[in-house]
Design a protein around this ligand. Structure first.
Ligand code: GUN
Ligand code: ZN
Length: 436
């Protein structure tokens, strides 16, 4: 049977950091998207397309709503769900005190399955249909997440964390094990259904040069595989990298030296970067995962989004929760904080720019723009339905919104998981908010 969705729809046809916002928006006040085999077959005005549907078509009509491409979370850690909101520390102490103990629990596959299942359902409840996810050092922690995502046919990127120093012995692998286990997982998962595998060195301080070398070799052998790690999040971390890798010109230069900068390479944070480093990221096609709730929570600093996306060398940037340092899985809540981070840098992030970071911009950062991140024929049918009357306050406030831009801005300022009425994956409704 043909399935379709009807309602107000918004997608992006351009980059609102580089062009006038309105020129980038594809807005249909009464749109229709028709699905077939998990993809969007056609999109247009409901008045034009409804007559083309067979009589028995299953049309889901969402009133008082806004339909968007499913949100994409470019950087998050599913094992850290159980330590979100851990008090008092900044990055290095936070890792040692809270993160590493919790990640050791993933030696137990059953535990990994339980957390992965909860994590995937939480993503869907927040309207997130694709994420790039760090697992733990244990290969089965990747299986747990990708199995849980496959149950919903979600497009999901995941990788086994590689570390061979500066972490508890139970979380360490070796250069050879990192290579062998990553390769085996890649061969098992990359391109299976909607799963993709990402090479995942945690960050330079926890990998020896030999391990980075091994992962760089794997990256060269598999040029279309994503790479994910962390970069320049915290000043003490940057200083530590300077001492560990003193022969390299910068933190970014370390990853470049080992062949880990390229298209589909995405680095969390990138707060404390020099202009030369931003240029290297841009020239190589690498991306930054912007994690505002995490940056505020850990006191890491403020990411200067305007500088990163400067038109002369616009580094790709995608929105990210970075849970468990991040304090929310909701892209709406995360955008609220991204706005405040931008304001602290003297820049008012427009609502078009904001929603781009959570949809098409995120897809571009992950090299997935030909598959997800938009509502257009040929793309995979992943969508989120936002309820414009989700709360009494939102309904009241939106009565006073005079433009699409203002409506979007209020959604990202007042919205959260309650705003998500439904989430669709591969042309099927996989989450519907329970009735109040
Ligand atoms: N840097 C290295 N590992 C991590 C992590 O797990 N979370 C954050 N926020 N930064 C990191
Ligand atoms: Zn992270």
């Amino acid at each position: 049977m043909t399935t379709a969705m009807r309602g107000a729809m918004l997608s992006f046809r351009g980059d609102p950091f580089l062009n006038e916002g309105d020129d980038c928006l594809d807005y249909r006040p009464d749109g229709l998207a028709i699905f077939a085999d998990g993809r969007i077959q056609a999109v247009g005005a409901a008045a034009d397309l409804l007559p083309t549907l067979p009589a028995d078509a299953d049309v889901h009509h969402y009133r008082d709503s806004l339909i968007l491409p499913g949100f994409i979370d470019c950087h998050t850690h599913y094992p850290q769900l159980e330590m979100m909101g851990a008090f008092g520390e900044q990055l290095i102490d936070w890792l040692n005190t809270y993160t590493f103990p919790v990640e050791q629990g993933f030696a137990d596959r059953r535990h990994a399955d339980d957390v992965a299942s909860l994590f995937v359902r939480q993503l869907l409840q927040n309207g997130v249909t694709t994420a790039a996810v760090f697992a733990t050092v244990h290969p089965h922690s990747v299986d747990a997440l990708l199995d849980a995502a496959a149950a919903f046919d979600m497009r999901m990127i995941a990788g086994k964390v590689c570390m061979d120093r500066h972490a508890p012995p139970a979380l360490l692998d070796t250069p050879q094990r990192a290579y062998d286990e990553s390769r085996a997982l890649m061969e098992k998962w990359h391109g299976r259904g909607r799963a993709e595998y990402a090479l995942t060195p945690r960050f330079a301080p926890t990998s020896s040069p030999e391990q980075l070398e091994a992962l760089g070799a794997l990256a060269r052998e598999f040029p279309d595989v994503p790479i994910q790690s962390h970069l320049a999040e915290n000043m003490a971390e940057v200083e530590w990298v300077r001492r560990l890798f003193h022969e390299h010109a910068s933190y970014t230069a370390v990853y470049e030296h080992f062949g880990l900068l390229r298209e589909r390479a995405i680095y969390g944070h990138g707060i404390h970067l020099g202009e030369d480093e931003l240029e290297r990221l841009y020239d190589s096609g690498s991306a930054i995962a912007h994690c505002p709730t995490s940056n505020f929570f850990l006191g890491s600093g403020v990411f200067n989004l305007r500088r990163a996306r400067a038109a002369r060398r616009p580094v790709r940037v995608g929105l990210s929760s970075d849970v468990g340092a991040g304090t929310s899985l909701s892209p709406l809540v995360t955008l609220n904080e991204a706005y405040k981070a931008a304001q602290a840098c003297g820049f008012a992030l427009s609502s078009a720019q904001a929603f781009y970071l959570a949809t098409r911009g995120a897809a571009e950062a992950l090299g997935l723009e030909r598959r997800v991140g938009g509502i257009a024929a040929g793309l995979e049918a992943d969508l989120v339905v936002l309820d414009l009357k989700a709360t009494a306050l939102l309904e009241f406030r939106l009565r006073h919104a005079e433009s699409l831009a203002e409506m979007l801005f209020v959604l990202m300022t007042l919205g959260d998981d309650r705003t998500v009425a439904a989430t669709w994956v591969a042309g099927r409704e996989v989450y519907r908010r329970p009735e109040a």
